[in-house]
Design a protein around this ligand. Structure first.
Ligand code: ZN
Length: 296
């Protein structure tokens, strides 16, 4: 199998799973968005069903139909909510023999979206999975998945994508290297987010004015931008090498000439992120950060 977006560990776990006498029938792929979980599921489905000796060959009918999303036995579900009617249908299909290959692979993307009744209904299949069906859940973390479900699965961890891989993907899409490096810091290892930032073309407008803080839905992008600018200011103030400066476009967003003050605010950013994660009011804290750093 190929490494998808540098996910060597996940690839190795899956390759080993295939080599086992009894292939596990239930996997949970865990990791942030945009790190190649669904692509890896495809790669795995190809490796399971490919008819060539060197699997997956990416050339046989099986491989090609999976690559082109035309294989009836590769079933990808990515609804906002996954209700009981759908899981019942899945259970029924799971007990039928695959149409074209050896294994039917069900991928349930963002399995956090399973309602409790549908999770319980799937659990029945996962407890005694039909021999030709393989289930893959993709989730951001395991905390929202029933423990009884997790305990049945082979958990495959995915890491944030390395910055150099993101840079090369963006450059290939025509992004200038300077900008690609900057976006790679903003995207936190999420390729989808990186491409979105590049395609939206508004890297320079990620900062809102003080008065617009109220209307922000999430502080994430603003905080990421401020933190890069802050990081650059700290490097400059500490007399660091210009080569380590990430952002050319964020020059001058953050003001302030005391190193301790800048470093303190660097930690303040993390606190605001925690406020957001716990659904607390982060706007007041963000407004304070703007004042502290005289953000322009
Ligand atoms: Zn093949």
């Amino acid at each position: 199998m190929r490494d998808i977006l540098g996910q060597k560990r996940a690839r190795r776990i899956l390759e080993n799973a295939i080599k086992q006498e009894k292939i596990p029938h239930f996997f949970i792929f865990v990791g942030p968005n945009g790190v190649g979980k669904v692509s890896m599921a495809k790669e795995f489905a190809m490796a399971l069903n490919c008819i060539a000796t060197d699997k997956p060959c990416r050339n046989c009918n099986m491989c090609l139909s999976i690559i082109n999303n035309k294989n009836p036995d590769f079933i990808l579900i990515n609804n906002e909510t996954i209700g009981i009617a759908q899981t019942r249908e899945l259970r029924e299909i799971a007990f039928l023999s695959p149409i074209s290959g050896r294994y039917r692979v069900f991928v349930i993307e963002n399995a956090e979206n399973l309602t409790l009744p549908s999770a319980n209904s799937l659990l029945k299949v996962l407890e005694e999975p039909p021999s030709s069906s393989i289930f893959i859940f993709t989730v951001k973390d395991l905390s929202n998945i029933l423990k009884t479900i997790v305990s049945r699965a082979l958990v495959v961890p995915f890491s944030p994508v390395k910055r150099d891989i993101i840079v090369s993907i963006l450059v290939e899409k025509g992004c200038p290297e300077d900008t690609a490096v900057e976006i790679s810091y903003l995207s936190e290892g999420n390729v989808e987010k990186a491409i979105e930032i590049f395609e939206s073309g508004n890297l320079e407008r990620k900062i809102v004015s003080y008065l617009d803080i109220e209307s922000l839905e999430s502080p994430d992008m603003v905080l990421d931008t401020i933190s890069i600018s802050l990081r650059d200011s700290i490097i400059r103030l500490a007399g660091g090498d210009e080569r380590f400066i990430i952002s050319k476009s964020h020059r001058g967003i953050v003001n302030g000439n005391r190193l301790e003050n800048l470093i303190e605010n660097f930690f303040f950013i993390q606190e605001i992120k925690i406020l957001e994660e716990s659904n607390s009011d982060w706007r007041l804290a963000l407004a304070l950060l703007y004042k502290e750093l005289e953000v322009r």
